[in-house]
Design a protein around this ligand. Sequence first.
Ligand code: XMP
Length: 310
Amino acid sequence: MFNAKEFIEKSLKEIKVNVKDAKLISACSGGVDSTVTTALAHKAIGDKVLAVFIDDGLRREGEPEFVLRTLKTLGIKTRYVDAKKDFFDAFKGKIDAEEKRKAFRETFYKTFGKVAKEEKTGFIAQGTIRADVIETVKGIKSQHNVLEQIGISPDKYGYKILEPLKELFKPDVRKVGRELGLPKEVSERMPFPGPALSLRVLGEVTPERVAIVRKATEIVEEETKELDTFQNFAVLHNDKATGIKNGKRLYGNIITVRIVDSEDAVAATARHVPYEKLMKIGTRIVTEIPSVVRCLYDITDKPPATIEFE
Ligand code: XMP
């Protein structure tokens, strides 16, 4: 049985031993894993931790503001880095899922390399968890935050990486968050992938296409608040379909809605959402997003599908 208190004590010691008197930057996207990691590091070495939020232009509506507000409430020093242009440049012309994941990873680590240099530190903490490592090593997906485990040395980017949660699965990460006294919006937060909306824009990731999926995501989240599911989101397809808008033919966008239940993301089942609810979500999506003409619901479990489309 996992004991969060003992885990925290052990982690605090390890962080102190590793970092000694140096400064540590903690990559914080606002998700459960990275916020728990940042809070652990802060508990271990206090103000020697600088949380770094990278704005990659791929976050959900209002998310950058939420993350900065949360870190401020926790009393953790934070730096906001606007790297939107670098990420969109890296995605230019890429449509293959693994190529896009690698472009994200490369830009992610390069940006941190730059920040580490500016902040004069050789240490970065990140919220890698056990599932990230397993899926990357198995070759299912290149998770953005897995490097050493697949033989890439972070030295290439100029720093050492600390991953205090890398042996834990999500339910235990949440226990650590609760034990650390983090607010519920953090410890119980719905999982959201590091590469964010880039995994939900099939085909090329551009600011315009991200804006479409961001709006659809906002609608799905608003309409499914009370369902208490593991993850619920929208995906923009790379192909188009014929529809009618304002009495005219429109060869428009397709959105798929995905709502799944899961314990630890290793397996998942598609939720049997009441039909009226699905109709309401679909109607809002095709009405509120001018370019969307069709909305689908994904009924596939994991396996054989994965939770994300990419
Ligand atoms: P899949 O799609 O592999 O997702 O069934 C399992 C869980 O992991 C999340 N996910 C990621 N999280 N970096 C992350 O931090 C990633 O690259 C990544 N890819 C998938 C996904 O949202 C789900 O919760």
